[in-house]
Each structure stands twice: as C-alpha cells, then as structure tokens.
Ligand binder design. Structure first.
Ligand SMILES: [Zn+2]
Length: 560
C-alpha cells in the first residue's frame, strides 16, 4: 500500500478505483507522462451492510490530490453506476466531462440538484470522434446497451493502446440507436499494435448470448394478451429502449400507456430531447389512466429492484395516490434482479400477491420479457476475435464474474490476463503488463443529510446493532462507589419490555451488576473506568449466557 505513489512517466498505467470487485461504483483511472484520465464515476446500491445509507459513491481523494494533472473525465453512458456520482464529486476534480448527447442531457438534469457542479464543462462527443487530451488520444466507438448513446473508449498513447469497453452487448437488432460497431472493433484488431482490453464482466459467467430487445417487444405483447385487467410493467427507468418496446407491445394489444416515478420523467424527457421515442403514441398521464377501461391500461413503474420509495413499492403497499392494483391485475417484472436486491424485490412481490395481483417475472414465463445489456460468454468471445487483445483486464463485476471473464480470455489464448482489485496499479507498457503497486480506495456513504466514509464508526455500529442489539447501563454511584439506586438498563433490540421474560432479564441484569460491584475491590470502586469495564464485561456475559447474543454494551458511571 503506498500513500506516496511514484509512477514512471514513460509507462501507461491503469488503476481501477471502483467496480472491480463489486457491482456499481465504477471509477477508473489512466496515467501517462504524469497526466491523468478518468473514465466513469458511478454510484452503488447500499445493501444491508450499510443500514440507513441511500447510496455509495467512490472516494475521489486520490484523484483530487492530482486534479491539476487531470485532463478529463469521460462518461461512457448514462447509467447510474457510471454517471451517478459525477455531480457530487465534480467540484473536487473540476475537469471537463466528455460524453454523448443523451448522457449529457441526463447529467445536466442531475446537476440541477447539485449547484456546486453547475460550472462543469460538458463536451458532447459522437461515435467516431477522435480527441487529443494531453498524452492521450481518445476515440469513441458505438455499442448497443440498455440505454441510448453508449460508447466504448479507445485510449491511444505512444506506448500502447487500450480499449475501455464500458457496458455493451451484441444485440443483433436493437430498437434504439445502432448496433455495436463491429467494423470499428475489427479495424482496431487489424492495427497490429499491442492492445489492452479492459471490459465489462457482468454476464461473463453466463453462457450464450444476451438476445435482442426486438424479442422483448414480441414477448411483452404475448404476455399482455394473456392477461386481462390492468397491467403494470416495472423496468429500470434508464432503459429507454424497453420503454419503446412496452409502448409498441401495448399498442399491438389496444392498450394505452402511462408511467409513474420521477426518474422515468427524467429519462423520457432526455430521450425525447435527443430525438428518441418519437414514433410512439403519446403517454397518458398517471392521473388520467384510471379513467380508461382496465383492460386498456399499461402503467410503467420505477422500482424493479424493490426500492422502498419507488412507485412500484408504494403501489404494492397501497400508498400510491393515483395507482392501485388488485384482483385481476398483473405486474410484469421486465428487469433482472441485481445481486443483493432479492430480499427487497420479494417484499414487494409478497405485497402484490397478497393483494391478489398476478406477478410475472422473467422466470415465470416462456416469453422473452427481459434481455440484459451486458455481454454473455459468446459475445465476449466475438469481441476478442475482432480486436485480438494482447492483454485482458476484466472489470465491472464481483470476483466470480471477473474470474469467469479471465477464463474466457485464457481460453482465447490472450497472452496476458490480469484480474485486478480496486486500487491495483497496473503497468500496460512498454514491457509486459503487471500489477506493480496498490493504492487505497474507498467509498463514501450518502445519508439523508450527511456524507460519511463507508467505514465510518456509525455505520459499523449500526451494522452490529442489527445483529446483536445493544445494552445501555447507567450507574449512579457515591464518591466511594456505592450504588445509590438500581442500575438503569435499556436493552435495545433484545427484549420486549411488556412481557415477563423481558422484565426477568432486566432483573437478572440488575442483580448481576449489583453482585459485580459488591465483589469489586474497594480501591477499584473509586475508579470510573474500572467499574465501567467490570460491569460491561459481566452484563454482556450474562446476556450471552441467557440469550446467546453478545450485545454492544455501553456503561455510564455518574458520581453523585
Ligand atoms: Zn450500463
């Protein structure tokens, strides 16, 4: 671990700062000739390891210290895990941002909520553009993905070239935007220069191909025809192609479409501004859709990951102002569960099923109602055959996806394969690629009114509380250490104060504490710290013996 990283200016370096052992929080750095380039800066979902935290963002301190040498931040596409942290960290980096038109629209919309980023200079690029950024020449290649205007990035330097893939798949028939530009990738492979591929591992452990969004339109139409009553469809708000597929499927079944959820408004607005979603029927407002006959309605909802404040979860709890589903109605999940979100999703499904709603997930139907935007194994193999990389570095995934991606590369006889960790400092040339150092990486946790380090004591304590409960013991003692009244005890998350067992535990604890203090040496009773430790250890031991739990235990000694 080095605090003071020394780099050879002649080398080209790659440092993944986030996303290379988890999903989300993608943040990648390149360095050459003492200049820096960043690609993507996204958020991550805060799962049950971060109770009370909304989202996670990368800690950009390392790059902030080098901000004067930072040429640019390139954003490959407008998904939250690639762009979401930009408005929150831009002020610390203050570099120009390069992205496509749709990504710029989404980013500008986000920046409205973060005035500190309003001076950000956003440069709009198009596939095929070539831009000089200090010692880096950067090119953009169009790829198909589950959001419009997604690009892979070619980073060229005098000592070696890199293809930073971003997210992509080989949808043979995308419904919005072009196909992945096979010709451009093949041309890159024909250059005969050493090329490092740094790429999307999300589905590298899944066999076959991701399929086509065009199939989803047909599959949804079939599902819509099989059901009467209202139909709700939940998707990732950013999946603009899916929005279009739903609208066309609905039209084929004589249904009109409304949508609910703030992020859908943002995405539909950005998409229309960029010329997408032009040839679909106008949306009905969520207030008006209820006036149509039930079998003429389709309502698109945010919340496919079970997010408790999103439209679907509110509808499922019966708390939505304009929309309710019941008996005869159907909710279709046209999205995959991101690993870690299953419990939240099931909670929403249970609420819906409890209200008599039929729920259709991709596992419940023979029709295609979702395809992934990320390449499966055969698509990754195609890419390797086109670009013929000499080095492959899998990023964007958990360890198992990164290793599966590495295995594909080895199977394709790629010369060097390096599986990185967040913070790996990797030389890409001249010479053979290697991990040469490690820098500290971290995440910041966004709470409702604060930003905390993800390892902040409060979060660590919260995590412990939820498993162990907590004991708070207050002791009023005389100057010589006699207890002046019964110990005051709160047992949080351990007992029900109303029931007998709970009261009994408190009495047992009280007796134990009195015994402990009666047994203490006279001299020790003058020492607050000694009382504190004896009581803490003893009380915890008793609860552990009675309940099998080792609660966080806090003792307060008050001398009266
Ligand atoms: Zn993406």
């Amino acid at each position: 671990m080095s605090d003071n990283l020394k780099l050879d200016p002649k080398q080209l370096y790659f440092i993944p700062m986030g996303g290379s052992e988890q999903f989300g929080v993608n943040f990648n750095l390149y360095s050459h000739q003492d200049r820096w380039l960043a690609i993507d800066c996204g958020i991550g979902f805060a799962d049950n390891r971060f109770p009370g935290i909304d989202i996670l963002i990368p800690d950009v301190s390392f790059l902030e210290e080098r901000a004067d040498k930072l040429e640019a931040l390139i954003v490959t596409h407008a998904h939250e895990d690639h762009v979401g942290a930009v408005p929150r960290v831009w002020q610390r980096l203050r570099c120009p941002i390069y992205c496509t038109e749709f990504t710029a629209q989404v980013l500008q919309h986000k920046i409205r909520e973060f005035p500190e980023a309003r001076d950000a200079k956003i440069v709009i690029i198009k596939p095929g553009d070539r831009i000089e950024l200090g010692p880096f020449t950067v090119e953009f290649i169009e790829v198909a993905h589950s959001i419009p205007d997604t690009c892979s990035v070619v980073v060229r330097t005098k000592v070696g070239n890199v293809l930073h893939s971003g997210d992509w798949n080989l949808d043979p028939n995308p419904v919005l935007g072009g196909k992945t530009d096979e010709k451009a990738f093949r041309a890159l492979g024909d250059e005969k220069t050493r090329l490092t591929y740094i790429g999307d591992s999300t589905n590298a452990n899944v066999a076959g191909r991701s399929g086509s969004e065009a199939e989803v339109e047909k599959g949804l139409a079939k599902v819509f025809k099989e059901h009467r009553g209202r139909i709700g469809v939940t998707i990732f708000a950013s999946n603009v192609g899916r929005l279009q597929s739903i609208c066309r499927a609905a039209k084929a079944c004589g249904r009109r479409v409304a949508f609910a959820g703030r992020s859908l408004h943002t995405m539909v607005g950005a998409a229309k501004n960029c010329g997408y979603l032009q040839d679909i029927e106008d949306f009905v407002s969520e207030e008006d859709i209820g006036y149509l006959p039930e079998d003429k309605q389709v309502i698109i909802l945010t919340g496919s990951q079970g997010e408790s404040r999103a439209a679907l979860a509110r509808v499922a709890r019966g708390e939505h102002k304009n929309i309710s589903f019941g008996h005869k109605d159907t909710v279709v999940f046209s999205a995959r569960a991101i690993p870690g979100n299953e419990a939240d999703i099931n909670a929403v499904i249970n609420n819906l099923v409890g209200a008599g709603v039929t729920v259709v997930t991709p596992n419940d139907t023979k029709h295609t109602i979702h395809v992934s935007g990320h390449p499966r194994r055969d698509e990754v193999i195609d890419m390797f055959q086109w670009i013929k990389p000499s080095t492959v570095i899998p990023v964007h995934g958990e360890r198992m996806q990164l290793e599966a991606h590495a295995e594909i590369a080895r199977g394709c006889q790629v010369e060097d394969v390096i599986v990185p960790s967040n913070g790996s400092v990797i030389t890409l040339g001249p010479g053979a690629p290697a991990v040469v150092d490690h820098v500290e990486t971290g995440m910041e946790a966004i709470e409702s009114r604060r930003v905390l380090d993800s390892g902040h004591r409060s979060i660590v304590e919260r995590r412990k509380f939820q498993y162990t409960g907590a004991l708070f013991i207050t002791l009023a003692v005389s100057p010589r250490g006699d207890l002046l009244r019964y110990p005051d005890i709160s047992a949080v998350g351990l007992i029900d104060y109303e029931d007998e067992d709970g009261q009994e535990l408190l009495l047992d604890l009280r007796d134990e504490i009195e015994d402990i203090m009666a047994d203490m040496k006279r001299d020790d009773l003058y020492d607050d710290h000694a009382i504190h430790e004896e009581v803490r250890i003893g009380a915890r031991r008793l609860v552990s013996m009675l309940l099998g739990m080792k609660p966080m235990t806090y003792v307060h000694v008050i001398r009266v």
